[in-house]
Ligand binder design. Structure first.
Ligand SMILES: Cc1cc2nc3c(=O)[nH]c(=O)nc-3n(C[C@H](O)[C@H](O)[C@H](O)COP(=O)(O)OP(=O)(O)OC[C@H]3O[C@@H](n4cnc5c(N)ncnc54)[C@H](O)[C@@H]3O)c2cc1C
Length: 395
């Protein structure tokens, strides 16, 4: 594959990882990123499995110095019935390596090469050449490639060409994500101690929140990352636009144990975003000379914590496929055989988790270890997820 010309649309997690994969397999890679700014400003939390983190470091995708805040245990909490204190429902072994999205991007970007990353260049369209190659068009003109990677996220222009029929399927509920400086835990040493060894799932009527520590951008600093899943506020009742921390604070005040509500109320929320939860998957993740990676190929409901994971695994698969193939088309078929199935698997898993944890949320305070294990097992339905390690081992 030496000298193969690869054009990558999008220079975020998937785009940088795919650029590394192509370069490692001997290709000449050019990345076209729409945004002019530094993507590292997105400081929210991303969780990946520790074995994948080790593989990416060993494979030269990530530097060993990229900070993570690994923990091995998942703790399920809810408010004690009729009280404002927390009740621990269950503990599961579920090792995770939480990262700061911005530091993860910066680490991938550092290994993706400098001369080949064009910022501030939106791709207006992609197309085929008469000789079987691909073309990327920007306001500056067009460039030809042997292979084009669509790593341009959930609104991918590349997917519009390869699978125009695919549309997101809304789940009917929302997720608020953000970070709070760890200083908000200063008056709550028990919660800080818990978060230093565990990541937390906090159930409440009609939804749940996930909390974990991630590295901050200043060396040695930490942030508390959260994702809160719930139905949209009834029209006209939200005190501010629901993207703001205001609605998350309202949910916390109404439903969380007092200490957790206080943490959410005190922190100055950063990197906030509101996402309507939705998913989709393309039938085939590559159609020569095009290949889709990361969110451009499929989006799973975030309960799987696997969108970035899949993007990184997509890149490892591209490198393996290029190395094992005699032509770009053969590599893309290998890639599609492996990654299309994985995208579909994750979408199915995300839907089952969403139904169990939000759409048909259980009576959390009434649950104990056996009920949490049964709920987890039923949602997995024989499938694997690194977020449910000990449940899988009991099968
Ligand atoms: C609440 C929540 C929690 C999550 N938690 C996790 C988690 O714990 N673990 C995990 O693995 N995943 C998680 N995810 C998913 C993860 O954030 C995404 O799957 C991942 O960041 C997608 O990366 P990407 O590079 O494919 O897409 P994006 O990050 O969307 O990047 C697409 C890039 O393409 C560029 N682009 C778009 N159009 C064009 C164009 N026309 N021309 C040029 N450039 C273009 C954009 O500017 C952008 O930089 C979570 C998601 C949510 C919503």
């Amino acid at each position: 594959m030496t000298g193969l010309r690869i054009g990558v649309v999008g220079g975020s997690i998937a785009g940088c990882a795919m650029a590394i994969a192509g370069a490692r397999a001997g290709a000449d890679v050019t990345v076209h990123e729409r945004s002019d700014g530094e993507l590292q400003d997105r400081g929210f939390g991303i969780v990946i499995p520790p074995p994948l983190h080790r593989e990416l470091v060993a494979g030269g995708y990530l530097g060993a110095d990229m900070p993570t805040t690994p923990v091995a245990t998942r703790v399920w909490l809810a408010r004690a019935p009729g009280r404002r204190s927390a009740r621990e429902l269950a503990r599961q072994q579920a090792p995770v390596a939480p990262c700061n999205w911005g530091l993860l991007w910066r680490a991938l970007r550092a290994n993706a090469g400098s001369g080949v990353y064009h910022r501030g260049r939106p791709v207006t369209s992609v197309g085929r050449t008469a000789s079987g190659g691909a073309v990327i068009r920007t306001a500056d003109g067009e460039r030809e490639y042997d292979l084009v990677v669509g790593a341009d996220g959930h609104r991918s222009v590349t997917r519009e060409l390869v699978a125009p029929e695919v549309r997101p399927v809304p789940a009917g509920y929302l997720v608020w994500r953000g970070t709070i400086p760890a200083a908000a835990l200063g008056d709550h040493p028990a919660q800080l101690e818990l978060l230093e060894s565990s990541w937390v799932t906090l159930g409440f009527p009609g939804g749940h929140g996930v909390f974990y520590l991630i590295p901050g951008s200043a060396t040695g600093s930490r942030l508390l990352a959260y994702a809160v899943y719930a139905s949209p506020p009834p029209a006209g009742t939200a005190p501010e636009a629901p993207v703001s921390a205001g609605y998350v604070r309202d949910i916390a005040e109404e439903h969380f144990p007092a200490e957790w509500a206080d943490i959410v109320a005190r922190g100055e929320h950063r990197s906030q975003a509101l996402h309507p939860v939705a998913d989709f998957v393309v039938p085939r993740a590559a159609e020569p000379p095009f290949l889709l990676a990361g969110d451009a190929a499929s989006v799973t409901r975030p309960h799987t914590a696997s969108g970035a994971v899949k993007a990184l695994q997509d890149a490892l698969c591209l490198e393996r496929s290029l190395r094992a193939s005699a032509s770009a088309a053969e590599a893309l078929h290998r890639y599609a055989d492996e990654r299309s199935a994985e995208g579909a698997r994750l979408v199915g898993l995300g839907r089952r988790l969403g139904r169990a944890l939000v759409e048909n949320a259980p009576d959390w305070p009434a649950m104990g270890p056996a009920e949490v294990a049964a709920l987890s097992s039923a949602a997995l339905d024989g499938d694997d997820s690194y977020l449910y390690g000990s449940v899988q081992r009991q099968r």
